[in-house]
Design a protein around this ligand. Sequence first.
Ligand code: ZN
Length: 160
Amino acid sequence: MGIDVRVRLVGGEAAKLKAFCSITIGGQIVIRDVKVIGGPNGLFVAMPSRKLSEVCPHCGAKNHLRANYCNECGAKLRDPRGTPVGHREALYADVAYAVDARSRESIQRLVLQAYRREVAKAAQLGIKPQPYTGGVPDGFIPGSQEGEEDQDHFGEGILP
Ligand SMILES: [Zn+2]
């Protein structure tokens, strides 16, 4: 099955986010918002993910993100500065993912190959990728954009 990878580099040497990619599978299905991330142990590929609801620490009810009070029991979820009180702020779920470790490795390899080709091409042409400012790069939708971009979360990655 043919897998094509399109890469859009994101500038900024220090930035953890290196590129947005889209993967076309078998010429039929496109997965957007695949990211190349520079982690402490090198580059990895993060599949698209979305934020799930916040969970109330008192009753376990799910609430809208950034809710101040629990819909179910009224417990305070957030202090006046907007900092979450005693609960996990958000859970994430990958919206597209590889079915097993072998597929994960093979997709990661393809994406990183395409990424490195793009980096080499940009260097050759003297193109400096623009830093990501939270907008939507041409043709790429960088995931759910509810509120501020969470710079520290890029999904679980596709490798354990
Ligand atoms: Zn509650």
